[in-house]
Design a protein around this ligand. Sequence first.
Ligand SMILES: [Zn+2]
Ligand SMILES: [Zn+2]
Length: 252
Amino acid sequence: MKYKLETIPVWDAYKEEGECPLCSLSEKAEERYLNFYLGSSVMNPETRVEVNKTGFCPEHYSGLLSKRSNHGLGLMTHTHLEKRMELLAPYLRKIKSEAAKASGKTTLIKPKKLGSAIDDLENHLLEHEENCMICDRIEYTLKRYTFTIVHLWNTDGEFQEFFRKSRGFCFHHLPDILKMAREILSPAKLADFCGEIVSLTEKNNERLEKEILWFTQKFDSQNFDKPWGTSEDAHYRTIHKLTGKPNSHIKK
Ligand SMILES: [Zn+2]
Ligand SMILES: [Zn+2]
């Protein structure tokens, strides 16, 4: 077995009965990792080396800032900046030396080597922008959760019942669950699973469409006094279904 089972958190997420269990699991994982990187464990040398090298994406830096653990964050960003200065230095030196060579020349042709030194610097920085330790860890953890969902569907009758009554998945996570099923199920089971996912998705999209429709109709004066039913938060849940929760947009 390639992935580790995570039965308890998966069951907990299903019991929340939200629009997407993977979004809920992703939110909890994110919270755990934000706390982890501000906690004492980040002082262990291996984690420290990794943080210094990789850093975080803008969204997760915002998450870290919102925790208001300024001392810890200061220490971490200080050593990360030191490491990044070391990695950046050769690119800056290259630009400086090519600029010096081109300086004072009267030609109208742009200096090629200076141009490529600028490109190299851009590529180096872009590569770093794509790196985030928290995104990486959430992605890894979510793989285990998707594995657990498919595994439980395949082996646990009680879970299968829950699964069928659930609200399915958001559009962002829908391919993930199908891809995991493709990876680990036998062809016959994969066909069954895909059939179930499609009906689950269709049924829940129709349910949500009715809820958001009633939400819009509630603004007509003739409907002011009628009950909301389940529609009062339908705009939140529709956005959630369409895009996943904001934090679920980790790079893949
Ligand atoms: Zn989701
Ligand atoms: Zn991130």
